[in-house]
Design a protein around this ligand. Structure first.
Ligand code: 7PM
Length: 262
């Protein structure tokens, strides 16, 4: 899954792809490099970021989604949003998957997602983006994330979204200390008890900076390494900025482990 930010303030490529043509060009490049899905996001979930209203989010993402559809980008587009109005507008414009860091907890989101009939990724987050990194706290981070996701999956199914349309994501960096992130990565296979594909996002995240002291722009090799570790621990999909190096590493991974896993 290639990341296509259309926020003016995202932490790594903020502002770089703000115009529609640039967004399409970047998406095409990611597909040429091996991306199977393009994740379009118009709300920054950066800790401390100012919230965006639904109209502004729609103004950012819908023209890009429509342009990607018109440009015949040959992979599905996902919409990174928590707002039911944005989900509906994005799917109407051509999005084929909803990626929700709030796991359909915003009022109306369960029904909107069920109505749109597309697959949904349910992500774990403790707290709200504004304050989630203040003091993340768990008794047992792995079992709490698994139980949270189990409940959200049950709610989604009860709202009419078939299990076969769901993915889960532990939400690295969303209300988690570096130690929480490391335990979750080491025990990612515990999430497989839910029987759903696992998506992970580790690309250029601050845990790398905390461990290695590198700024976001210098976290390429580190991000590729973490993506491979996540795949080794059972991830089905990785959400990344850097498609070509990640795909190269993945091909090597597949050559090494071909037929030996799962
Ligand atoms: C600032 C802080 C800017 C964090 C951007 C981010 C995930 C996601 C994001 C993830 C899923 C980033 C994040 N992260 N969706 N959206 N999983 N499913 O690093 O880990 O891109 S936003």
């Amino acid at each position: 899954m290639g990341i296509l930010n259309v926020t003016p303030d995202s932490f790594y490529d903020g502002g770089l792809f703000s115009s529609v043509e640039q967004a399409v060009r970047h998406a095409r490049r990611m597909v040429d490099e091996g991306a199977h899905l393009i994740d379009v996001g118009g709300e920054s979930t950066r800790p401390g970021a100012t919230p965006v209203d639904a109209d502004e989010e729609i103004r950012r993402v819908v023209p890009v989604i429509r342009a990607l559809a018109d440009a015949d980008i040959p992979v599905p587009v996902s919409i990174d949003t928590s707002k039911p109005e944005v989900m509906k507008a994005a799917v109407a414009a051509g999005a084929g998957l909803i990626n929700d860091v709030r796991a359909l907890r915003v009022p109306g989101a369960l029904d909107a997602a069920a109505e749109m009939g597309v697959p949904v990724c349910l992500m774990h987050m403790q707290g709200q983006p504004q304050t989630m990194q203040a003091r993340p706290s768990y008794k047992d981070v792995v079992s709490e994330v698994v139980e949270f996701l189990r409940r959200r999956v049950d709610e989604a199914v009860a709202a009419g979204i078939p299990r076969s349309r769901l993915l889960i994501d532990p939400g690295f960096g969303f209300g988690k200390t570096v130690e929480h992130n490391l335990v979750l990565l080491r025990r990612l296979s515990d999430l497989r008890s839910l029987g759903l594909p696992i998506l992970v996002g580790l690309s250029r995240k601050s845990m790398i900076g905390a461990l290695l002291g590198t700024p976001p722009a210098d976290r390429l090799a580190d991000s590729v390494a973490l993506a491979l570790m996540a795949l080794r621990e059972g991830a089905s999909m990785v959400r990344v900025h850097d498609i070509r190096p990640t795909c190269d590493a993945l091909r090597l991974f597949e050559a090494v482990y071909e037929g030996t896993m799962r």
